[in-house]
Design a binder for this molecule. Structure first.
Ligand code: HEM
Length: 429
């Protein structure tokens, strides 16, 4: 019995699914274990877990004022999908979001979305590949694109008057090389987790639930160095070998998040308050060309040192950018066409970058790697943040010699949901 209790406690603390707990307990007799500690004991343990974050180390709460996966510290992997809606009924959409909410809440706790049925002539509700895996800090973030509101001039779901002014297709930027198969979408799901199988399982089950209502349009995985490989938790490096993510709004400061990330009351529309706009760009990086470029040129391209990540002319990664700092010969340390100088601008436009690298095998046309950056950024007003920044970059960023924007989309990430409510409630009700 003691063994059973110990294993129950240990398993619960390892955040395993209810089915696993019962399975293990079953070795010594489910009846016995429930009889002794009682279901109440199991529930009490669960409540204790919910109340004490240290016991919940790899669960990110799904319900809340904002959706998770935006200010959440970036997990090791992303599985991002864009979807086309196939139903013509608004009620179907609301039902879909209700079902998605329930399933997402379960999966972020590491639970299956349904128990194995005793009817072996039915397919199992949950696809099963995450059984026994920890929740892995899974977050699932839902967004809606401009075409949810109006497509081919049609007010598809009677939602036209709810379309935010900021939620319109991005303008075409110079040098854009967008491909239809990586562009746009009516809905998006961003699943991030420290385990790719957990992230994939989440998306797969959500897509399965959407059958008859929405289908996949495009999908992209992304990775960062894992937490396991980087115990010092330094800024991750992109595929050009540079630290990427040094300058970002402080996610612990409500003031900064309200200023730069969350849609505020009065911004319009009210249904999106506490949500955020997501801009996604699939940016191919010509790593073979980069690898033939000398170090000085590489550092001048970003305006930072490769090794330390410090701004050119300075020592520490987190030193303030100093554009007035000149070398002895009178040249600027940080070139005027460098990526950080142009993206920083006057410092007033800030976006929350949450990018992941991707490596998708080979580009069959060129025989080179198809690799790059799945650039994901969140903001309060794209017209005042991403668009002016990208307008400057597209014109003269030195980085453009080594990159090409292949995919693009914009979504409004919905506000968070309360327990008992659902994601999208403010839009569909
Ligand atoms: C493959 C494409 C890109 C790569 C490899 C890249 C890489 C980098 C690197 C290494 C830094 C410096 C370190 C840091 O602060 O994180 C940086 C900064 C930054 N990047 Fe990018 N970036 C890319 C695309 C973009 C795009 C498309 C945008 C927005 C339109 C953007 C916006 C920024 C911003 C706002 C900063 C911080 C500037 C500041 O210091 O205030 N980047 N990026």
């Amino acid at each position: 019995m003691t063994n059973n209790l110990n294993s129950l406690e240990a398993l619960t603390e390892k955040k395993v699914s209810r089915r696993d707990v019962l399975k293990t307990a079953g070795i010594g007799g489910v009846g016995a274990i429930l009889g002794a500690s009682g279901i109440g004991g199991v529930l009490a343990l669960k409540e204790r877990k919910a109340a004490s974050p240290e016991l919940n180390q790899d669960v990110v709460p799904f319900y809340g004022k904002h959706q998770s996966g935006i200010t959440t510290k970036a997990q090791n992997h992303v599985y991002f999908v864009s979807l086309d809606i196939t139903t013509t009924k608004k009620d179907d959409l609301a039902d879909l979001f209700k079902e998605w909410t329930k399933a997402a809440a379960l999966m972020t706790e590491g639970k299956a979305i349904g128990e194995l049925s005793s009817n072996e002539f039915l397919p199992p509700k949950d696809t099963g590949e995450a059984a026994g895996l920890s929740p892995s800090n899974l977050t699932i973030t839902f967004g809606v694109g401009p075409s949810l509101f109006v497509k081919d001039n049609q007010d598809r779901f009677g939602l036209k008057n709810k379309q935010p002014k900021e939620l319109v297709d991005l303008p075409a930027f110079p040098l854009d090389a967008l491909e239809a198969e990586w562009t746009g979408g009516d809905l998006c799901i961003q699943a991030c987790a420290d385990d790719l199988q957990v992230a994939f399982h989440a998306v797969r089950n959500l897509i399965r639930i959407a059958r008859g209502k929405a289908t996949l349009k495009w999908a992209q995985t992304g990775f960062q160095r894992t937490k396991q490989a980087d115990s010092k938790n330094e800024t991750p490096r992109n595929l050009f070998g540079f630290k990427d993510g040094t300058v970002n709004p402080n996610v612990d400061s409500d003031k900064q998040l309200n200023q730069h990330v969350w849609v505020q009351s009065g911004d319009g529309p009210e249904w999106l308050v506490n949500g955020s706009y997501l801009v996604v760009r699939r940016i191919q990086m010509f790593i073979e060309v980069w690898d033939r470029t000398n170090l000085r040129e590489q550092e001048n391209t970003f305006g930072r040192y490769r090794d330390s990540g410090a701004p050119l002319g300075q020592k520490g990664e987190f030193d303030q950018l100093d554009f007035k700092h000149k070398k002895e010969n009178g040249e600027d340390y940080i070139p005027t066409n460098s990526h950080v100088r142009l993206s920083h601008g006057d410092g007033s436009q800030q976006i929350l970058r949450r990018a992941y690298s991707y490596a998708d095998g080979m580009d069959l046309k060129t025989g080179s790697f198809d690799a790059g950056l799945l650039f994901l950024c969140f903001q309060r007003k794209p017209s005042k943040q991403f668009i002016p920044i990208q307008t400057r970059l597209a014109k003269m960023d030195k980085l453009n010699e080594y990159t090409s924007h292949r995919g693009s989309a914009i979504f409004a990430c919905l506000p968070g949901a309360k327990q008992g409510g659902f994601i999208g409630e403010t839009l569909f009700n």
